[in-house]
Design a protein around this ligand. Structure first.
Ligand code: 13P
Length: 251
């Protein structure tokens, strides 16, 4: 069946030395907790330090974005080949902060996703509705359109390397969490969209995380839901005890 994936999204937090200290702190706390995959996605310049600190542990280090071109005149960007060469396996794509502040669209999210998959990486694809869309009752339509656009031309075979993170934008960093029922329902709607594209087998096998103010208090209830296969955690991933408690909730 589907395996829990608990991932921290560092966002723009921790310098390399702080990343090293954090991984050294949390490593023994999550040791042996093998009922879920544990990933921290980190800013590019801290990846190397975090990976060295995580060596030999059950913690994997990923990136927070990747460009869609193999190389070229894209000042400030990083390619999948560059990440692969330093051993990065996972990458977040399409986070709502990228969409909101950096002009990311479903089209560029799709291009980045295909480039990462072509390079043999695993993608954590983020999508979710904004508050106005939830209030208007169109969440299902929004997440299914995003699922279809973001995964356009991604093969069923490649879906083995795609994790979807359902992140309602109104719940990110706000302290507002989707109720377990809302999270389950919307993750289920994303699964329905996957079923329409790829059929039931792929839809059932795809890991769908919830993200948006997940913390040590609400994780167990959210993770208990049928369609919620893990968490993508921002704020609470910066505190070792809080993140470990979420890992415990997935055991
Ligand atoms: P918070 O957990 O801080 O709400 O952030 C969620 C998120 O954006 C994870 O990608």
């Amino acid at each position: 069946m589907r395996r829990y994936v608990i991932a921290g999204n560092r966002k723009m937090n921790f310098t390399p030395s702080q990343a090293t200290a954090f991984i050294n702190e949390i490593k023994p706390m999550v040791a042996g907790k093998d009922n879920c995959d544990i990933i921290f996605c980190a800013p590019y310049v801290t990846i190397d330090a975090a990976m060295k600190a995580a060596e030999g542990s059950n913690i994997k280090i990923g990136a927070e974005n990747v460009h869609f071109a193999e190389k070229g005149a894209y000042t400030g960007e990083v390619s999948a080949q560059m990440l692969k060469e330093i051993g990065v396996e996972y990458v977040i794509i399409g986070h709502s902060e990228r969409r909101q502040y950096f002009g990311e669209t479903d089209e560029t999210v799709n291009l980045r996703t295909k480039a990462a998959l072509a390079a043999g990486m695993k993608v954590i694809l983020c999508l979710g509705e904004v508050k106005e869309q939830r209030l208007a009752g169109i969440t299902k339509e929004i997440v299914s359109i995003q699922t279809k656009l973001d995964l356009a031309d991604v093969s069923a075979e490649d879906m083995k390397n795609v994790i979807i993170a359902y992140e309602p934008v109104w719940a990110i960093g706000t302290g507002l969490t989707a109720t377990p029922e809302q999270a389950d329902e919307t993750c289920g709607q994303i699964r329905e969209a996957l079923c329409e594209i790829y059929g039931a087998e792929v839809a059932e096998a795809t890991i769908i995380q919830y993200g948006g103010s997940m913390n040590e208090k609400n994780a167990a209830e959210l993770l208990a839901k049928e369609n919620v296969d893990g968490g993508l955690i921002g704020g609470a991933s910066l505190v070792a005890e809080k993140f470990t408690a979420i890992v415990d909730a997935a055991q």
